[in-house]
Design a protein around this ligand. Structure first.
Ligand code: IFM
Length: 444
């Protein structure tokens, strides 16, 4: 093989793109949708840059048919979307909103009619506000309501949707939503964050059991945001500090799911929140998943006191995240050594850059092409080291509502003009479309 030969991915490797309900759907009040914690949070002044909100977003709710046609033209094989719990169950429990449920039915049918495999996430952060009013994820009953909602979805879509993700990025929900408070529901309390983290895992376990019960052929997994933590120097103390941070962040979720126990480093952090763990929980949480979704954006580099360092000479995205594809390879290879891994999908990977429509009407985003190429190269290298990788989803299909950053950060491989809702496939979208069609990665 010469330097220039394309890298050929295994036959059947899944090529897709991802979105999430609150970030793209809009139609916040349409057809009986209930309020979510993100509606409440984004409508509270000062929480979101420019006081943006997801009321309209990309209007995907009304434009999904065109978006699916565009995905087909792009040669995508899979679409990862999330279901808005309050659209389907406005209060999170009890009555079902049939009109909301019908939307996902139409979306799934549209995808399948053009040969795009649906990958559905049940919880991408939009908890029904009524459930927050009874304590949100700190209330164990919510894990049961989540399983009930999962059952509704499996019953309605399970004949056509074969791949389900329960919870998206529990670390982000726990830490940003309940410890740092810069995401919904906006709490700043460590004990709350730990309880939420645990109950999200319990919710995952319960939903997995429920879906498997009603649809034995369904494949069910969870998606985790994972950042390797690497020391600034090779000194033993620095390595120890970095490893500790890795265990209390990545290990906090990986270990219980894959081994049935929290890492020993977590217990001193738990304090009184330890009471959230009930007998039987760890067995429920660690029930074998069909796959694990890995979401990688950046690594964390720590200094002597565990403080996070900027790396001189590295590139950073508009989010201020270091571009470091080799850390994705190291993360995957390490995970494969540490655990008996189920099949792995990269369920999110991508970058925000300051994209502009140029005079020729196109969006030229060479930095994103380079980002995607280099990260796919890292995925390929991990595959060659026997990491059981089965697919890759670019984040995101569309520019969208980037949570506390509103519409200021563009992650899409498709540009969205928010005034007109016009979509323009970026150069990276055309590039990714060629990779997806051929199943091959050109390195130049
Ligand atoms: O936009 C988010 C997504 O909702 C979850 N993962 C990270 C993305 C970029 O911040």
């Amino acid at each position: 093989m010469t330097e220039k030969s394309p890298l050929v991915f295994p036959r059947g490797f899944v090529w897709g793109a991802a979105t999430a309900a609150y970030q793209v759907e809009g139609a916040a009040k349409a057809d009986g949708r209930g309020e979510s914690i993100w509606d409440r949070f984004s409508h509270t002044k000062g929480n979101i840059l420019n006081d943006d909100n997801g009321d309209v977003a990309c209007d995907h709710y009304h434009r999904f048919a065109d978006d699916v046609a565009m995905m087909k033209d792009m040669g995508l094989r899979a679409y990862r979307f999330s279901i808005s719990w309050p659209r389907v169950m406005p209060h999170g429990r009890g009555s079902i909103n049939w009109l909301g449920l019908d939307f996902y039915d139409r979306l799934v049918d549209a995808l399948l009619s053009v040969g795009i495999e649906p990958y559905a996430t049940l919880y991408h952060w939009d908890l029904p506000e009524s459930l927050q009013e009874i304590g949100g994820w700190t209330n164990r009953d919510v894990t049961g309501y989540f399983a009930d909602y999962a059952a509704v979805m499996a019953k309605r879509l399970g004949d056509r949707v074969k791949n389900w993700m329960t919870i998206n990025e529990p670390w982000v929900v726990a830490v940003h939503g309940n410890l740092l408070g810069d995401m919904a529901p906006g709490y700043r309390d460590k004990s709350t964050a730990i309880k939420v983290g645990h109950n999200l895992l319990v919710g995952h376990g319960r939903a997995l059991e429920t879906i498997k019960h009603s649809r034995p052929d369904a494949k069910v997994g969870i998606t985790l945001s994972l950042s390797p933590v690497e020391p600034e120097t090779d000194a033993e103390d620095d390595r120890r500090i970095a490893e500790h941070r890795y265990q209390i962040s990545a290990g906090w979720f990986l270990n219980p799911l894959l081994t049935g126990a929290y890492p020993s480093e977590c217990y001193p952090e738990f304090g009184e929140a330890i009471s959230v763990i009930h007998p039987g929980d760890m067995a429920l949480i660690s029930r074998r998943m069909d796959f694990l979704g890995v979401q990688y954006y950046f690594r964390v580099v720590t200094g002597k006191r565990g403080d996070v360092k900027k790396v001189s000479g590295s590139k950073y995205t508009e989010m201020g995240w270091e571009v470091c594809p080799s850390a994705l390879e190291r993360l995957l290879v390490r995970m494969n050594q540490d655990y008996d891994l189920p099949p792995i999908f990269i369920t999110e990977n991508g970058a925000a850059f300051d994209d502009k429509v140029s005079k020729d009407g196109h969006v030229h985003d060479p930095e994103r092409i380079e980002y995607l190429r280099e990260h796919l190269h890292a995925v390929y290298r991990a595959l060659k080291q026997n990491v059981p990788l089965k697919g890759y989803f670019a984040w995101s299909l569309l520019d969208n509502f980037e949570w506390a950053f509103g519409y200021s950060k563009r992650f899409g491989i498709v540009y969205v003009d928010y005034k007109t809702q016009k979509r323009i496939i970026k150069d990276s979208g055309h590039w990714y479309s060629r990779v997806s069609r051929r199943g091959e990665l050109e390195l130049t």
